[in-house]
Structures are given as C-alpha cells and as structure tokens.
Ligand binder design. Structure first.
Ligand code: AMP
Ligand code: MG
Length: 401
C-alpha cells in the first residue's frame, strides 16, 4: 500500500496510542461536575459525621433515670419547657425531671442521655406522658460514629459515583481534586460530507463520525470540540487545527487510506504523524503521532471503522489519562449462532447481540454498516490465527453496554 511504513498488531498499536495521550492534570472542580471522574488525591473529612450527637427519632430528650418506671398504663408525666427542631443552633440544657421535645437530626441537649420516641408518649406539647422506659443512649446518633474528624473518606483513584459525591458533600466539600477532562478536538474530513439539517445532493452523505466520536468522548468524561465536514484540502485542514490550540488530543476521521485526496495523510505525513496498517478488521488504516506538541490519532472514515477503532485504541488511552485503572470493557464467552469467516493474520471484530449464553452476529463484517453497529450490544473478537469459526463454537465477547 502506498505510504505504508509499518504494520502493527492490535496490541502493539493499542500500546502506541496509550503512550501518546499524556495524563490529564489534577484540578479542583465543583462536586456537581465530578460525576464519573477519578479522584486525584485523598479526601479528608474536615468535620466529623455526624458533627454532633443528634436524635435518631422524633420524640423527647430525657434522662433515662427519670422515666425508668414508665409503663403503658403507668405513664411518667414530665413538663416540656423547650422544643428542639432540626437546625436549632443554640444550646438548651435539659434540667432533671423535664423533657425537651426533639425532632430527628436535632442536637441532643446536654443533660439528656436518651430519646423516647413519640410513639411511646401521648405527644404532649406543654407536658408529656411517657409510657415506656428507655436505656441510656437509646436513639442517639453519636458525633463521629459514621466518620471521625480528620479521617480519609475517599482515596485517590476512586471513581466518583452518586454515593461518593454525597459523602464528599456530607463532610462539607464543595470542590474535589479530580483528573481534568481530556480536551479532544474532533475533526472529520471529507468533501462529500454534509452536516445534518442541510439538503443532500447526489454524491453527498450526512456527516456522522464526529457525532459518534464526540459522544463517545463525553460518555467517558472528556470534552469534545467538533469540527464537522472539513473539506479534503490540506490548507483548510491545517487552518482548522491551528484555530484550536488548547486541545489535548486531535482525533480525525477519514483521509488516511490508499486513495487520492487523503487529506489527513497529506496534511500530516512528514510532520510527526505516521500512517500505517494495523492487523485489524475493520479499521486497518491508521495514523498517529505528534503534530508539533499535539498528540494526533487519525482514524479511518468508514463509520464502523471509526467507531470500533476509537473503542479499541483511543477509549482506553483517554480513560487512563483521566486516572481510570479499569479501561477495558468487560469480557465474556458465548456460543456463536452462525459460521464466521475471518481474514488470516488480522484480528476481526464483529458486531453482535448477546442473548444469555449465545451470541448472534448483526450484519456482515463490512465497515460501512452503521445500522448494525447501533443494533449491537457486544463485539465478537476473532483472533488473528483463526479464519473459520463454526456455528456453536465458543467465542470471545466484549460487552459494549
Ligand atoms: P475515507 O476514510 O475518508 O476514505 O472514508 C471512507 C468512507 O467513509 C467513505 O465512504 C466516506 O464517505 C465515509 N466517511 C468518511 N468520513 C465520514 C463521516 N465523518 N461521516 C460519515 N461517513 C464518513
Ligand atoms: Mg475521505
């Protein structure tokens, strides 16, 4: 093939892309921008949880000794001088032989050692009849019993889900140190491309790769700036890239294979980016390197090739750059329902649907079959040295959803 300088295995190419994308810096972001991101430093609790002894029930704060003799038919009556709703911040000590009405989450007054729940009383406002005794300590949530002040509540490397974010908020954190989103510049090339919403002439197609790439980048926490339908013109390509100097990574689609008008190849060959064949089907023609300082990954234009090679090469590299330790899709094995053929020497990926312990290919191996990709939930991986897989054979599966 013209312009081919190297041929690489899938694993070697994956390693090449992984080393191309530098780790993102750790920055402080507001907690509500941290969902799915990875903590870049431990989080220590500046306050204990709970911060103060508080009531676990709506009821009455008492001294257990004052209600020791209470029974269902022999209530102990106590005056109720004070109400303590949740949020009351002044301190109102409890005097002997009195009860403070108290709500869940309100601070337990000094002098009280137990809470009688409202169901064990007549619910009185001025005076209360207590109908059951309590052990000291009953229904009191102790300061620090969840988290001690100064304790490490979240470790660096934690992927922040809803539960972790709420814990950070509960100890008072408004911002968290996380790996900054990788800023990806997505550039799709092709003079035939038309942005959806515009009419299509014969010979033109709607541009879709940038939609896939931007969505896939955002899905894993990156940001995407999208340049759609850049014509097959080297000067326009260079101008488009130069207009976005703050990108961390440039991802292009199209213009890397063997034909004429291969704009990405023409624009970047001899400028730090190498174009090569990877032993994969679909998605063999690939380009990667550095254009100046800028890491570049150039994917082929066929939509399924774009999608699949983003998935296999760039997705793990971006996840790793954003601090993730788990960068691979889960795998399983299943019995394939049809015969498969695969080219010798190439690792083939087939779109498929998994149903329990069997897996059915969706569409053929053709790299333009986008509808079958959208209908798939997994990929079948056929190794390089396998050319035929009979129906019923066990195959390796990558779960996409
Ligand atoms: P290329 O790699 O530029 O030779 O493109 C290979 C095939 O993918 C051609 O049929 C292109 O029209 C198509 N293609 C390239 N880029 C896109 C895109 N951004 N959206 C949809 N189809 C594309
Ligand atoms: Mg093209």
């Amino acid at each position: 093939m013209q312009g081919v300088t190297t041929s690489l295995s899938v694993d070697d190419y994956r390693a090449r892309i992984a080393s191309l994308v530098p780790p993102a810096p750790v920055v402080l972001l507001p907690t509500d921008e941290c969902l799915g991101r990875v903590l870049g430093a431990d989080v220590v609790a500046p306050v204990a949880l709970p911060p103060f002894d508080n009531s676990a029930m709506d009821g009455y704060a008492v001294r257990a000794a004052d209600v020791a003799g209470a029974e269902r038919h022999a209530a102990v009556a106590l005056p109720v001088p004070v109400d303590i709703p949740a949020g009351r911040t002044d301190i109102v000590p409890l005097l002997p032989s009195t009860a403070h009405r108290i709500m869940t989450g309100a601070p337990v007054p000094p002098g009280a050692d137990a809470i009688v729940k409202v169901e064990d009383t007549d619910g009185g406002v001025e005076r209360v009849a207590v109908r059951a005794p309590v052990e000291p300590g009953t229904h009191i949530r102790r300061a620090g019993e969840d988290v001690a002040e100064g304790a490490t509540v979240l470790r660096a490397g934690t992927v922040l889900g809803a539960a972790q974010l709420s814990l950070a908020a509960a100890v008072g954190r408004a911002e968290l140190p996380v790996y900054r989103p990788v800023r990806v510049l997505v550039l799709s090339t092709g003079t035939e491309l038309v942005v959806p919403g515009n009419p299509l002439l014969h010979g033109q197609i709607y541009e879709s790769n940038s939609v896939l790439l931007a969505a896939a980048v955002r899905e894993i926490g990156g940001t995407a700036t999208v340049l759609r339908a850049v014509p097959d013109d080297v000067e326009q390509f260079h101008a488009a890239v130069k207009a976005h100097p703050d990108a961390d990574v440039l991802v292009t689609s199209g213009g890397v294979s063997a034909g004429a008008y291969e704009v990405v190849k023409d624009a970047l060959t001899g400028r730090g980016v190498e174009f090569m064949r990877v032993a994969i089907q679909p998605g063999g023609p690939q380009g990667s390197g550095r254009f100046g300082e800028l890491p570049v990954v150039s994917l082929p234009g066929n939509p399924v090739s774009t999608a699949l090679t983003f998935e296999l090469f760039l997705r793990p590299a971006l996840l790793s750059a954003m601090g993730h330790a788990e960068v691979d899709r889960p795998r399983t094995r299943a019995a394939v329902t049809e015969d498969l053929r695969s080219p010798a020497g190439k690792r083939q990926y087939r779109r498929a649907r998994l149903d329990g312990s069997s897996v059915t290919p969706v569409g053929g191996p053709g790299s333009h079959l986008l509808a079958s990709f959208a209908a798939s939930d997994c990929l079948i991986e056929v190794p390089e040295d396998v050319t035929e897989v009979p129906a019923g054979a066990d195959v390796e599966i990558l779960l996409l959803r």
